[in-house]
Design a protein around this ligand. Structure first.
Ligand code: NAD
Ligand code: MG
Length: 367
């Protein structure tokens, strides 16, 4: 029986890597749903490759509602969520509710309401398998090395490329443009995540993601700068041993691992060449990258703080891309919005969507 796949965010960077992996094994995979916000031409191209897939374009009238219904109707075996930003949250929940496993690139889902998603997945007896390269690395390291004794893990160490501004001073960072921020040194990704990498909000989101996903307190999640993006992340065990996962920076690796999970199957990509490999590590500078510090604080406070962090960042990033604010206004605005009270008595879909909306309104008022 072929595994039936729903591919959300099919026209983006994760979408493209997913298509490459799926086409390598047409015997075992069939795409039943293709969704994107844009564009019709790109989606038509993809539907030639996967003629039996239902196609949904959310920029069209009632697109979001159509997408949520399509996810419920197709009941895929596995859903790859490569939608960017908070727009990925409801599709993730709809996929889990339909009984589909979730290969999750959309980290925003976990940041906004990770506990809710994880609880729902348990109820529905489906897996959420991380596709974010760091979390994929940790997920598989935990199952290979700590499967029988999760208490043995003393620390999760997330690696970060440090982005294009790693060596700039704060004064220099004040003046950087969207174009400067969009040239990432190691990864080729969508615009939003590329700006997040430059501000280290991406690593901030990933700290929150790891906190929820691996049920690990934030003070046991460390971040280390590693400019080559070869070591995808590490776990330190209580005996001091550190286990790392290494490969070339290529999202096809974690996508492959997620859609074949729990099997480990062959994948032929260009192998790592140890003859010409230099690996460097250093400490991140949270004075220069306050988005990282703010994420640790939001994760500690819990409740709707991570959701507010995410919504504010997304609003500020859009404004930065539209050249309405400077680069360092992103952390300034985020810090201001996080001053509000984001505590809550319960987290359900509506409280999360409300907090997301509120935080965006507050962020707008600072623009
Ligand atoms: P991208 O901008 O290249 O692609 C985003 C895709 O989502 C596009 O197909 C777009 O049309 C679609 N989309 C946007 N809004 C939508 C909506 N409302 N409804 C339906 N579709 C919508 O982004 P990307 O780089 O592929 O990143 C996607 C997600 O994966 C993000 O959450 C990102 O953080 C995560 N991620 C990406 C990478 C990477 O290497 N690109 C690595 C790790 C995690
Ligand atoms: Mg990542």
């Amino acid at each position: 029986m072929k595994k039936r796949i729903a591919l959300l965010g099919a026209t983006g960077s994760i979408g493209k890597s997913s298509v490459d992996i799926i086409l390598r094994d047409k015997e075992n995979f069939e795409v039943v749903l293709l969704a994107a916000r844009s564009s019709r031409e790109k989606l038509d191209e993809l539907s030639k490759l996967f003629p039996s897939a239902v196609c949904v374009l959310t920029e069209e009238k009632d697109g979001t509602q159509k997408l949520l219904s399509a996810i419920s109707n197709v009941k895929a075996d596995i859903t790859i969520n490569g939608i960017s930003g908070a727009a990925g949250f409801q599709p993730s929940l709809a996929a889990i509710e339909s009984g589909s496993h979730l290969a999750l690139a959309n980290k925003e889902t976990i940041v906004m309401a990770g506990k809710l998603a994880v609880r729902l997945a348990k109820e529905k007896n489906v897996n959420i398998i991380p596709v974010d390269s760091e979390h994929s690395a940790i997920f598989h390291l935990l199952r290979y090395f700590a499967a029988h004794n999760t208490g043995a893990v003393s620390e999760i160490i997330l690696t970060a490329s440090g982005g294009p501004f790693r060596n700039l001073s704060l004064q220099e960072m004040e003046k950087v443009t969207a174009q400067d921020a969009l040239s990432h040194p190691t990864w080729k990704m969508g615009q939003k995540i590329t700006i997040d990498s430059a501000s280290m909000a991406n690593k901030g989101l990933e700290v929150i993601e790891a906190n929820v996903f691996f049920n690990t307190p934030v003070d046991k999640i460390k971040t280390v700068i590693h400019p080559q993006s070869i070591v995808h992340s590490m776990i330190r065990l209580c005996n001091g041993a550190v286990y790392a996962q290494l490969s070339k920076p290529d999202m096809r690796n974690p996508i492959h691992d997620a859609i074949y999970y729990p099997e480990t199957t062959p994948l032929t990509l260009e192998p790592l060449d140890f003859d010409s490999l230099t690996l460097e590590f250093s400490k991140p500078d949270t004075e220069k990258f306050p988005m990282l510090k703010l994420a640790y604080e939001a994760a500690k406070l819990g409740c709707l703080y991570p959701c507010a962090y995410n919504a504010t960042n997304e609003t500020a990033v859009t404004a930065f891309l539209e050249r309405k604010i400077g680069f360092l206004d992103i952390p300034r605005i985020t810090e201001s919005v996080l001053q509000a009270d984001w505590n809550c008595s319960k987290i359900d879909k509506d409280t999360v969507l409300n907090a997301d909306k509120n935080a965006r309104q507050r962020a707008f008022s600072y623009l």
